[in-house]
Design a protein around this ligand. Structure first.
Ligand SMILES: [Zn+2]
Length: 253
């Protein structure tokens, strides 16, 4: 299984438009972060988790020529607003499979009504096949996917476990029963916004405490704000086997 970090930034991305913060002005490519998303590839299949406003650029960066499914974590704009750009995949492959909570599909219908139109649909509009998920394990082309149910302040959010890899973003609260589903991982990806506490995201301290409970072999931090600091400086102070993810980073599991 190959994982490509398509984006590792929080909702505004880094740099933020118009910002003069030193991290936003950094020349280090690792300090430039598109909105959060990850590409997962195995056995010739390609999946993305979330489809934010940078989706088009991310597909170009990753030279992705085929997309089998999109799994959504939740419906906030930084996770869904790239859906229109599935068109090149739709023209070649037909309707794209999307997975998520039914509530997420309602939000997508509000934002992209033309995608869900059933009568007199505009010829260039893409189509999707919706697959509503629950907390139950489901199968994706030979791999069992386990949803991990958490909270982003008060909003329900799904993380996903694929074999020995798990990806969680925008988590603030994860119940004990869900944490138990994350034992014995090779790689855990989890959100870490900044040092100061935040109402709906783990800060660095909470993310590290979470990693300490789950005890994966390796962990990568994502959904990062410019306020966390310069990539290279933050990385120096992380515990062993914990890494700050950066855009275009590839790992194999
Ligand atoms: Zn987000």
């Amino acid at each position: 299984m190959k994982i490509t970090f398509l984006g590792t930034g929080t909702s505004q991305g880094i740099p933020i438009i118009g910002s003069t913060h030193p991290v936003c002005l950094s020349d280090n490519p690792k300090d430039k972060r598109l909105r959060v998303s990850v590409l997962i590839e195995w056995s010739g299949y390609s999946y993305v988790i979330d489809c934010g406003p940078d989706f088009r650029q991310q597909m170009l960066n990753a030279k992705c020529t085929k997309l089998d499914s999109i799994l959504f974590t939740h419906e906030h704009a930084d996770h869904i607003m790239g859906l229109d750009d599935i068109r090149p995949f739709f023209f070649k492959q037909g309707a794209i499979d999307i997975y998520g909570h039914p509530r997420v599909f309602k939000a997508l219908e509000r934002c992209f009504d033309y995608i869900f139109e059933t009568e007199n649909k505009y010829p260039g509009a893409p189509s999707v096949n919706t697959h509503a998920i629950t907390n139950a394990v489901f199968e994706l082309n030979g791999i069992n996917v386990m949803p991990i149910d958490g909270l982003h302040n008060k909003l329900q959010v799904y993380g996903y476990r694929f074999n020995d890899f798990a990806y969680l973003t925008d988590m603030k609260t994860v119940p004990d029963a869900e944490i138990e589903k994350l034992y014995n991982l090779d790689v855990l990806v989890v959100n870490a916004l900044r040092e100061a506490p935040h109402i709906s995201h783990f800060n660095l301290e909470e993310a590290l405490a979470f990693i300490d409970r789950v005890k994966p072999k390796r962990a990568y931090l994502t959904h990062i704000s410019h306020l966390l600091g310069f990539h290279d400086e933050v990385q120096q102070n992380l515990p062993e086997n914990v890494y700050l993810a950066y855009d275009n980073l590839e790992i194999t599991i």
